[in-house]
Design a protein around this ligand. Sequence first.
Ligand code: E4P
Length: 214
Amino acid sequence: MKFFIDTANIDEIKDAASIGILDGVTTNPSLAAKETAPYKEILTEICKIVPGPVSAEVIATDYDGMMKEAEELVKIADNIVIKIPTILEGLKAIKSLSTNGVMTNATLVFSPSQALLVAKAGATFVSPFIGRLDDISQHGMELIDNICTIYNNYTYQTEVLVASVRHPMHVIESAMIGADVVTMPYNVIKQLIKHPLTDIGLEKFIADYKKAQK
Ligand code: E4P
């Protein structure tokens, strides 16, 4: 399973990259708005830190506008992935970009039908937003299960990139289903390693080691 970090914060990306388990980065306009530098500068910096896929989102909602923005964004680095909203105009853009060998990430996916369409259009990644579904009392994880089943039935190459992740169980359940990628905030990456019994055990080993030195 690939691990992406879901942030536009350079310090968090550097920290996560230094752990050695980071495969890529996803950003969006809301994450970029939390930072002070302009979006393109941030993306340039991120691509220098992480060699894996870095998603950069377009703002336009029409095909021509999306293609124009994509044309600029791909100039940033070879590992830029164009993040496109899952609407009809976006579907057209995904089809054109993937036909031209540009990596794409279909964002704001909330249904299996949307996921099926973006796979047919040739998206590199599909991003189902599970936390936002949970927020409105729908089963986010069920969507991951359904998309994985559909993609496996037809051997679509589109990678299932679980997004809007809120906690470690989202990651574990995605891994059990067999999703290709999980993108998560830095705090979730750090939570994955934590266990109270590890901390208690470590404390005791250190204390006992000190006793054994007497
Ligand atoms: C994914 O690419 C999105 O950036 C992200 O996961 C959205 O998460 P949120 O629902 O926490 O905003």
